[in-house]
Design a protein around this ligand. Structure first.
Ligand SMILES: *[C@@H]1O[C@H](CO)[C@@H](O)[C@H](O)[C@H]1NC(C)=O
Ligand SMILES: *[C@@H]1O[C@H](CO)[C@@H](O)[C@H](O)[C@H]1NC(C)=O
Ligand SMILES: *[C@@H]1O[C@H](CO)[C@@H](O)[C@H](O)[C@H]1NC(C)=O
Ligand SMILES: *[C@@H]1O[C@H](CO)[C@@H](O)[C@H](O)[C@H]1NC(C)=O
Ligand SMILES: *[C@@H]1O[C@H](CO)[C@@H](O)[C@H](O)[C@H]1NC(C)=O
Ligand SMILES: CC(=O)N[C@H]1CO[C@H](CO)[C@@H](O)[C@@H]1O
Length: 483
């Protein structure tokens, strides 16, 4: 139990780290973030803990770690109300966010519970994220954690209510990667949940994710797209002639590897569409173009003022020299990228927005540099295991925002058992059904009034509610007849 002895040290270390870096945790477009969420925007931030197995798949390994979770029961209809499991994904989970789930909890008389994903935030089994220590960081271990937690919570509730063997109807939720986990949880543990919402759930692992860049072009529209492309051409030229002053303009002199710098610039544009703030990017650039101003400077202004200052991204998190250090959390999602899901956001061969230097080789080199020889994503195995868009689940709702570059990794075709809805509006991005738009800063209760088409959001929410109603009631009927 050396591991346990380390835990208190780990916690101290992480708490300290959190204080110093509360706003500087690097995020990239691959992360759905709780950044800019102040404490009042959570339903609860009171942590609870359970002991979790480190390795669910080894009969010989009995090590455990402390995993953080939350519960919010203000709306709970005792004793048989539903329990909503809001899955936390690839970031610290500091509480249950007050998004649309709180509206749903009121409507259904549900308790909301949330489990932090292993390794992230305070739920890490190890202090040091060496490649060796990261070997238990995977989606299938995380799904097993959720199953164990679900049983643990139900049994504890039964004890509290002085009963045994009773099952409340459960429903799982997630957005982005946790949206994929939500769909996969229903797929792999159908007996533990009545249904699932996969909001912008990225269930298809993609090796060369060129559609990501293409979708940005589409979401930007022709005018903004051509300015972005012009900027990329200029940046590529200046990088060749005077890279150092160019990087200084973006306060990114530390990004010595050109690929890191170009990826940082590409992500900065993507985030505007992903989180429903397209005008914040496009308006000033189009104006600068019309005024004949220097486009690279105009872009640098956006990157420095919006992406870094207001959105809170740290330039450092793109630096492979930093990513190689085993103490930082930015390694975690990259590890999942480099082992399981790839989503290499590379430049398409034709008509790309990002620099053509952000290619497959850049990503594979990053995986090798940061984690070591032999670390590359097993995308085919991931899709073989879960089914990708051919996922053979039932009772899963898929939702997507029309402007979201991630939606091509989600399930966009509908079937009776797995309905898929798209929310179409000019600023509908990643998770707009749960979080409204824009999503940064957070809209309380997922307020949709600032979406360019609030009705499009309301309509999809109505469909979600109808599906939940049906599946929860079917579950309750079955529960009753089984007893
Ligand atoms: C977790 O396990 C430790 C012993 O390894 C024990 O002291 C502690 O009470 C357990 N915590 C919970 C929540 O079960
Ligand atoms: C719990 O249930 C048992 C059996 O129904 C009953 O005898 C007991 O008094 C109950 N305890 C409490 C605290 O309600
Ligand atoms: C990804 O793209 C690279 C370079 O364009 C190519 O060599 C490779 O075969 C592609 N891989 C897959 C799985 O499509
Ligand atoms: C390249 O993109 C342009 C603009 O989208 C399109 O018109 C053209 O057909 C594409 N060429 C190829 C080879 O795909
Ligand atoms: C909606 O937009 C208006 C004007 O742009 C802004 O003042 C207001 O704070 C926004 N409301 C929400 C809920 O974001
Ligand atoms: C359910 C749904 O509306 N799916 C759409 C999602 O987006 C793709 C691409 O635009 C469409 O082909 C689907 O019909």
């Amino acid at each position: 139990m050396k591991l346990k002895a380390c835990m208190s040290l780990v916690l101290l270390f992480l708490v300290a780290l959190c204080f110093f870096t509360s706003i500087s945790h690097g995020i990239s477009t691959s992360r759905f973030t709780d950044r800019l969420i102040s404490n009042s925007n959570y339903l609860t931030t009171t942590p609870l803990w359970l002991n979790q197995s480190l390795d669910h798949f080894s009969p010989y390994d009995h090590r455990i770690f402390a995993q953080r979770y939350y519960e919010y029961t203000d709306n709970f209809r005792i004793p048989d109300g539903p329990i909503f499991l809001q899955i936390c994904g690839e970031a610290a989970c500091n509480g249950i966010v007050n998004d649309y789930i709180s509206v749903l909890a009121k409507k259904f008389g549900a308790a909301v519970v949330s489990l932090e994903h292993r390794y992230y935030g305070k739920s890490s089994p190890f202090k040091s994220f060496t490649t060796e220590n990261l070997k238990y960081l995977s989606s299938n271990q995380a799904l097993f954690d959720l199953a164990v937690f679900r049983q643990y919570y139900q049994e504890n509730l039964n004890v509290k209510l002085n009963r045994s063997g009773v099952e409340n109807p459960w429903f799982v939720f997630g957005t982005s990667y946790s949206g994929a986990l939500s769909a996969w949880f229903r797929l792999k543990f159908p007996h533990l949940t009545c249904g699932s919402l996969a909001s912008s759930g990225v269930v298809l692992a993609i090796y060369n994710y060129t559609e990501f860049d293409q979708q940005i072009g589409e979401s930007a529209g022709p005018e903004c797209k051509s300015v972005l492309q012009e900027i990329t051409t200029l940046v590529d030229q200046r990088l060749a002639s005077d890279g150092n002053s160019l990087k200084k303009l973006f306060n990114a002199a530390e990004l010595k590897i050109d690929g890191d710098f170009l990826y940082f610039l590409a992500d900065a544009a993507a985030i505007a569409f992903q989180y429903g703030n397209p005008d914040r990017l496009c308006s000033p650039l189009i104006e600068a173009k019309k005024a004949g101003e220097d486009l690279v400077s105009a872009y640098a202004k956006y990157v420095n003022e919006y992406y870094v200052k207001s959105f809170g991204v740290s330039t450092q998190s793109y630096n492979q020299k930093y990513l190689i250090e085993t103490g930082n959390e930015d390694r975690l999602w990259w590890f999942q990228v480099c082992t399981e899901v790839a989503f290499f956001q590379i430049a398409p061969a034709n008509d790309s927005i990002r620099s053509s230097k952000v290619d497959t080789k850049y990503h594979l080199d990053l995986c090798k540099n940061v984690f070591g020889e032999g670390i590359y994503p097993k995308v085919d195995e991931t899709n073989l295991y879960y089914g990708g868009t051919k996922i053979a689940g039932t009772k899963i709702v898929f939702t997507n925002g029309s402007q979201d570059p991630w939606r091509h990794a989600s399930k966009q075709t509908s079937s009776p058992d797995m309905p898929s809805y798209i929310i179409t509006c000019q600023n509908c991005g990643h998770g707009s059904d749960m979080r409204g738009c824009p999503q940064s800063p957070l809209q309380l209760e997922g307020n949709a009034k600032n979406c360019s088409a609030p009705d499009a959001v309301h309509k999809v929410r109505q469909q979600i509610v109808e599906q939940m109603d049906l599946w929860l009631s079917q579950c309750q009927d079955k529960g009753k007849s089984a007893i």
